[in-house]
Each structure stands twice: as structure tokens, then as C-alpha cells.
Design a protein around this ligand. Structure first.
Ligand SMILES: [Fe+2]
Length: 216
């Protein structure tokens, strides 16, 4: 069997980092520093850190616009949830399983903050109909959309991201059809966010000067 480099970070199931002591207050306030400490603890590789910084930048830009328009949205929480959205990726690449479920479980255990975990849990796919009106501008949907605009550490359009994923993972007809359906749903989300945030060229915006997150 070919050796998976991720196995050296988690040589066995028992090698998983111990979860934080359950002393933290429920719904504890998070911080960017806590997110970065969790990156270290869960051995997040450099390329996923770069990707997560970009997703956080895009998500923060969208949330800030929502806040400026008077919507009830917590920009810090959105940014921090985006920073953590791929926390479970390295482990699931090594051992399989759902990186979104694993990461969300770790985030709840580490922070006691369910809002942060919500963005992690739902960043791959939103299984329900989109909420109406301004409710679409919510933490999990913003993180999900931001992730679809980030190809590694590069901001791209949804079409570019879809063709990249089709090329890498569209191994059979069923996989391709599922991806096409998911991206059609994300395009609907993009339009709903653009309407809600009055952001005409959202589909092409590269967020260059918005939502900057301090690199470590
Ligand atoms: Fe991601």
C-alpha cells in the first residue's frame, strides 16, 4: 500500500490530540489566536492554512458588508468559523470519514461554541432549501460560499472552481452529475447573497482589499 504522508502526523487513532478540558464556558468567545492554536494542535498542513486564510478573508468581507447593511451578523464569528472550516481535513485524508463532521465535533469539544462549529459542519453542502430574504446572509452559508470561491489559496469564480473539482474528482458520471448539481445550488446561493448584500459583481469580485486576516 502506498504510504500516505498524512499518516506521519497521526500515526494511529490513539495519537489524536487530547481534547481540551471541558472547563470552558459553553458558547465561549473564540479568537483568531485560538483558531491558529487549533491549527497547530490538529497538525493542519501549510497549504490548508493558506486556503483557510483566503476563505476567512472572503467570508469576513461578506459578513462585514452584511453588518454595514444592518444585518444581525457577527463578523468575528464568521471569520473564525472560516479559519476552522477544514480543521478535520488532514485527519480525514489519512483515515477517511467526513472532514466536516470530524472538524465540527472537534470545534464543539474545544470551544463549546456551536455557532463556530455550524460553519465547519455545513461548509461542503447545504442540504435544505435556502432561507428567504436576508436570512441567507448567515454564518454557515457565508462560509460555504467563501470556500467555493477559494481554489487552494487563489480566489476564483464558481465556474473555475467547478471545473477544477470536476477535473480532480469527477471520475465517473455519477460523481460529475453530483458536482454539477451542487454547483448549480451554489450559484443560486451566490445570487441570493448578491441580492441580499446589494453586491452586483459578487461572482467576479476577488476581495483584494477586503476582509484581511492577519497571517501568523
Ligand atoms: Fe475549504
Amino acid at each position: 500500500m502506498q504510504k500516505n504522508p498524512a499518516h506521519s502526523r497521526f500515526p494511529s487513532l490513539e495519537a489524536l490530540p487530547a481534547l481540551a478540558l471541558p472547563k470552558q464556558a459553553p458558547q465561549a468567545l473564540a479568537s483568531d489566536e485560538l483558531c491558529f492554536a487549533l491549527w497547530d494542535k490538529y497538525a493542519m498542513p501549510g497549504n490548508i492554512r493558506e486556503h483557510s486564510l483566503l476563505v476567512a478573508k472572503i467570508a469576513a468581507a461578506l459578513a462585514t458588508r452584511g453588518q454595514d447593511l444592518g444585518l444581525a451578523i457577527n463578523v468575528d464569528l464568521v471569520r473564525q468559523s472560516a479559519l476552522l472550516h477544514d480543521l478535520g481535513k488532514a485527519y480525514s485524508l489519512a483515515y477517511g470519514g467526513s472532514h466536516s463532521m470530524l472538524g465540527a465535533g472537534w470545534v464543539v469539544a474545544e470551544t463549546g461554541n456551536y455557532a463556530l462549529a455550524q460553519g465547519v459542519l455545513h461548509h461542503v453542502h447545504w442540504p435544505w432549501p435556502l432561507p428567504c430574504g436576508s436570512q441567507v446572509c448567515s454564518l454557515p452559508l457565508i462560509v460555504l460560499y467563501a470556500d467555493k470561491r477559494a481554489k487552494h489559496d487563489q480566489c476564483v469564480t464558481l465556474d473555475e472552481r467547478a471545473s477544477d473539482l470536476l477535473e480532480r474528482y469527477g471520475h465517473d458520471q455519477e460523481a460529475r452529475e453530483t458536482m454539477m448539481r451542487v454547483f448549480a445550488e451554489i450559484k443560486t446561493l451566490e445570487q441570493a447573497l448578491a441580492d441580499c448584500l446589494k453586491w452586483e459583481n459578487l461572482y467576479a469580485d476577488t476581495f483584494d482589499s477586503r476582509g484581511l486576516v492577519n497571517r501568523r
